[in-house]
Write a protein that binds this ligand. Sequence first.
Ligand SMILES: Cc1cc2nc3c(=O)[nH]c(=O)nc-3n(C[C@H](O)[C@H](O)[C@H](O)COP(=O)(O)OP(=O)(O)OC[C@H]3O[C@@H](n4cnc5c(N)ncnc54)[C@H](O)[C@@H]3O)c2cc1C
Ligand SMILES: NC(=O)c1ccc[n+]([C@@H]2O[C@H](COP(=O)([O-])OP(=O)(O)OC[C@H]3O[C@@H](n4cnc5c(N)ncnc54)[C@H](OP(=O)(O)O)[C@@H]3O)[C@@H](O)[C@H]2O)c1
Length: 446
Amino acid sequence: MRVAVVGAGPAGIYIAAALVDQTDVPTSVDIFDRLPTPFGLLRYGVAPDHLKMKALGVTLQRTLDHEHVRFFGNVTVGVEVTVDELLADYHAVVYSYGAATDRRLGIPGEGLRGSLSAREFVNWYCDEPDASIGGFDLSAHSAAVIGLGNVALDAARILIRDPEEMSPTDVSDAVLNALRASPITDVHIVGRRGPEHAKFTTKELRELGELDGVDVVVDPSALDGIGEIDDTVVRRNVEVFRGWSQRSLTRAPRRVHLHFHSRPVAVLGTESVEGLRVERPDGSTEDIEAQLVLRSAGYTGVALEGLPFDEESGTLAVVDHRVQRESGEPGEYACGWIKRGATGVIGTNRSDATATVKVIVADAETLLHRPVEPGSALGAAVARGAHPVGLDGWAAIDAAEVALGAGRNSPRIKLSRWEELLAASGVLAVGHLEDIDGAGDDEAES
Ligand SMILES: Cc1cc2nc3c(=O)[nH]c(=O)nc-3n(C[C@H](O)[C@H](O)[C@H](O)COP(=O)(O)OP(=O)(O)OC[C@H]3O[C@@H](n4cnc5c(N)ncnc54)[C@H](O)[C@@H]3O)c2cc1C
Ligand SMILES: NC(=O)c1ccc[n+]([C@@H]2O[C@H](COP(=O)([O-])OP(=O)(O)OC[C@H]3O[C@@H](n4cnc5c(N)ncnc54)[C@H](OP(=O)(O)O)[C@@H]3O)[C@@H](O)[C@H]2O)c1
């Protein structure tokens, strides 16, 4: 059986692993990704200072190296190859293309300069090639991060932690130097609900209180009236908040302030951000001083032309892992954030992939009756001007990044620009750089 996977993030790679590990139906898998590099949010989401988690790439790589798995990076499905072309080439297609955008709050001032999503900040500090084009303005003294999830914690921690601690990570020199130059002293984490409703995981929450040179400020009254808590994570989180609220401040040079029961109602300012107005349950308002506001209200998926999409949930329309087409024909499946919505840690995608592959294998007899034309989809992509980056190209990028890392005592330093990634991969020689979005003529000539 030939299967195409759209998206080489954790979900897509776990799908490939589960397909080649099962023995009922011998299967070969081709994984397509719009980026020249695999691993999705493991590479461009997981915080650089979480080195242990980043090392999961070694495990995912083993699947890419499997003899029945191929990787085609730098190929955008929906642009260089269509869904119908994939269906004509493969017995089954699995969509695992993640949640590419973020939720907006719909409050006044959201469009001001300095009001951005945590996703944009994450993409920048993770050196995502589209994000690194414009850089990131870190001239704020005070920032507000809206949301009580783990992404908000990541964003707050990267903003406030001693930038020298980021040196042994994979961030580019451009990111490291921008963090070093930032005058930021205060980060406000702002949640519309109480401490017992925060979605943080306790390990990540505790980390915030362990940062050198940083005090965590919690108003003890925010914890009033919280009774018995059954949920272990919530109980532990509340214990952490309580501990912080009782801790005396150390006059550290930098601070993280936690604001609960504070619903954002407006981003303040005329051209650029000057503050964030929040409303309390009693209707009173408070203005938090900030020159940078990052909304961290969750990621959401985008539609792919030709596929049934549920705008409300930001996910593909899927029942029992099968994409719901009017024809009812099996052949299309989904896994990961584009199916479940943008929640869950990397491991969640592994069990999701196992369950999805069970359904694919159960459908295999019908799938194998579909006539397919092997190689036609890749041929169509190349005819449209795609320059796929295969496993060798990714290996060359990997080697270049690891070599760069040696200079800064880090496991790797990411190449952050499209032209650097593609040149390292070998798919484009210098002189072809004008083909690439974002590469100016001057750069092409140099
Ligand atoms: C900021 C952040 C930090 C996180 N940190 C952690 C953490 O520390 N630990 C943890 O366990 N979990 C963490 N998570 C959660 C984890 O990253 C997700 O559970 C996981 O990445 C979801 O996997 P996925 O494969 O569904 O999506 P993704 O990882 O987003 O992968 C989707 C892939 O599809 C590709 N793609 C998109 N559109 C197309 C297209 N049209 N054609 C071809 N390819 C396409 C993308 O380039 C990407 O490679 C974090 C999430 C975020 C947002
Ligand atoms: N280290 C890690 O393990 C790690 C790191 C990062 C991410 N992740 C995982 O990735 C997933 C996504 O994380 P996430 O932080 O993006 O999402 P999340 O956990 O769903 O948190 C989103 C936060 O945004 C708030 N929010 C939503 N709409 C809002 C609005 N209109 N106004 C104010 N606040 C609003 C939510 O509050 P309400 O609850 O009130 O709606 C919630 O606090 C999670 O499963 C997370 O655990 C894991």
